[in-house]
Ligand binder design. Structure first.
Ligand SMILES: C[S@@+](CC[C@H](N)C(=O)[O-])C[C@H]1O[C@@H](n2cnc3c(N)ncnc32)[C@H](O)[C@@H]1O
Length: 285
């Protein structure tokens, strides 16, 4: 006889796993192999508890039919995707951006007489990446040289976008940040560091699901996209789809940075890989 102890947690059957993971995949392209069932089970048990649902079947029903289903999908995503990030993450890539890509872009802009510069941090999490880009633009005097510089910061998760907008961090988020930048671009009080107004003014926020074509189609004429450390959640078909969306949002000749451990090799031939400052950067040709 099967006995359930008082503390026994609901179990996720293969069938319900297929339903829930299929729903996640169709909404945002995030792929869970059956071998990761334990992970989904462990992470979603908390959601069942909060909603007072007894089985994963009930949870699937909730996600599919409940009036709150959209909000719940967002909460679900918050529990299964890591938001790990930091200011000045992967310095070599940022050097390639600043010394290589920006130099080329500014030369091209000078020649064409264009005074607009548009960057997109396409899975910005809690905002450290777009603020880092803003600080680098300020450091190089880009806005004061008469450029209309703008950084679009987007993410699928409302939660992280709220934190990004608040722009207040603890010391740990600044672990890779040079002291000179901390002194110049943050207001430190007690344990917190608030990004200053000059930096924030360059960044605007939007909720965008990169897997969703109509949502990404609203972003146009971008010079450089940072889409780092999010492709790892997608399978090849989702990556292809997301990369095609990013391609459409870029200007011709525009640049794409993906995560240090991510590669477009064998996924798409839409972009040309360039080696800039010993870093792979992709270009729309
Ligand atoms: C690990 S963080 C990356 C943050 C930053 N780009 C970096 O490299 O430090 C991954 C982010 O991707 C977001 N994300 C996951 N799936 C997404 C999707 N389909 N569309 C947009 N953002 C997504 C998550 O909400 C999370 O904030």
């Amino acid at each position: 006889m099967l006995t359930l102890g008082l503390n026994s947690k609901p179990k996720l059957s293969n069938e319900t796993f297929t339903l829930i993971s299929g729903l996640i995949y169709s909404r945002c392209g995030i792929f869970f192999a059956l071998s990761k069932k334990y992970l989904l089970e462990a992470r979603l048990q908390k959601r069942l508890e909060v909603l007072s649902l007894k089985t994963f079947g009930d949870y699937y029903y909730y996600l599919t039919y409940d009036a709150e289903r959209e909000k719940e999908m967002a909460r679900l995503l918050n529990t299964i995707v890591t938001n790990e990030t930091s200011f000045f993450r992967d310095l070599m890539q940022l050097d390639a951006f600043r010394r290589g890509v920006m130099q080329r872009l500014m030369n091209d802009k000078e020649k064409s007489g264009s005074r607009n510069l548009r960057l997109w941090s396409a899975a910005c999490s809690t905002g450290e990446e777009p603020y880092t880009l803003a600080m680098m633009l300020l450091e190089d005097g880009v806005p004061s040289r008469g450029y209309g510089a703008e950084i679009l910061a987007s993410d699928i998760s409302d939660n992280v976008l709220r934190s990004a907008q608040a722009g207040v961090y603890d010391k740990y988020s600044l672990r890779n940040t040079p002291e000179a930048y901390i002194a110049k671009y943050f207001q430190n009080s007690a344990e917190t560091y608030a990004v200053n107004k000059k930096v924030r003014e360059l960044v605007r926020y939007r909720k965008i699901n990169l897997y969703n074509a109509p949502e990404t189609a609203t972003v146009k004429s971008v010079d450089v996209i940072f889409c780092r450390n999010v492709l790892i959640y997608f399978d090849d078909a989702s990556k292809k789809k997301v990369l095609a969306h990013l391609y459409d949002s870029l200007n011709k000749g525009g640049y794409l940075f993906v995560g240090f451990s991510e590669s477009l090799h064998d996924v798409t031939r839409l972009f040309k890989p360039l080696s800039i400052e010993r870093t792979v950067v992709y270009q729309k040709v």
